[in-house]
Write a protein that binds this ligand. Sequence first.
Ligand SMILES: *[C@@H]1O[C@H](CO)[C@@H](O)[C@H](O)[C@H]1NC(C)=O
Ligand SMILES: *[C@@H]1O[C@H](CO)[C@@H](O)[C@H](O)[C@H]1NC(C)=O
Length: 371
Amino acid sequence: MSSPGRLLLLLLLLLAPALVGPSSLPQLHTPERKATIAGLILPALERATVFLEERLPELNLDGVVGFQVLQVQLKGVQEAWAGDPQLRPLSQRMGRLSKKLGILLRKSIPYLKLSDPAYLREFQPTIQWGFWKLPHAWTRTNASMVYPTFETEDSFSEEHSDMCLVQLLGTGTNSSRPCGLSDSCRTLMTRAGCSGYCLSHQLLYFLSAAMLGCTEGLFAQSQHYMHLFCANMMDLNRRAEAVGYPYPTRDLFMENIMLCGIGGFADFYKLRWLEVLLSWQKREEGCFGRPDEEFPRGTPYPQQGLRRVKRREKEFTDGCSAHNTAMAAGALGGFLYVLVEQPPARVKPPEASSSRQTGPRMPPGRRGQPL
Ligand SMILES: *[C@@H]1O[C@H](CO)[C@@H](O)[C@H](O)[C@H]1NC(C)=O
Ligand SMILES: *[C@@H]1O[C@H](CO)[C@@H](O)[C@H](O)[C@H]1NC(C)=O
């Protein structure tokens, strides 16, 4: 671990007494503690936004979408904290960052139009204000839904997955109405056993359906599929953690936190995961990407079974990855938003511990309702 990482760990350990034991649970919600954690996350997000600003002309849509998620999250925290005298300065700082992001996101459109007009037309809704909605209730993943085995990822086609999303968004040349679904998309998006980007795209699909308010037919079961996929994405994230987060696993690790987090699965917001995310940011560039110390620049890294399916990934010569940075922005923004109700899940989790308190359990009636 780098020395900034150690410092952070130390800081978190100093704060840890507030996290130990059910008796001290009320302390978890103190404004001081929320302010401390937000004070760690906000500077990282400000630096990531500088990266967005500096590379805006070169970014692709997939490198921008996480910042749209972030803007929504910032706005949510800003509004929730505006009335609290202790949190108001942070709230105002988030307001400024959110405003800056709004301007940058609008400025990105002409560049995206230049570089890939068709892709922009199809996916523009996902970078527009109003698409991403914050969870109004929190839930947790259910480990008993994890697949007994994962299948190999080879049969997953990003083109097919994109086509299904376009039908859903209603942005194709044929369709102008959202919530479209073909038989082949039903099969692809409900297939059991997916891992990696296949799995995260399946979740993105049902998450998007919920964001769009699609509730008919298959989409009446969106909550069920989101539970199924996020349980498995949690399992994959734990596996990435168990092997020490080798670089090729990090992008997906952050994507899983961003997507399941905004889907309302609060157990993705673990304090120790926040710590590793913050430690991955490149100090100088503010971006996320290939770690200097592990992989000398320009050296290809082994894929280790994680086929990179993001066609539109962009890696800069300094090792910054547009997609990594966008996923980190959306994931870190979620760590901020979850503070509105609660701090991230505690450092050392006994998984089934009753002392874990990560927010209101989803009331039974919420199943099947849009987000
Ligand atoms: C978890 O999933 C299993 C299997 O689908 C189900 O029987 C159980 O009720 C679920 N537990 C919770 C807490 O939702
Ligand atoms: C558009 O519609 C035509 C005719 O119905 C069909 O053959 C084609 O596959 C559709 N294209 C897409 C992208 O859905």
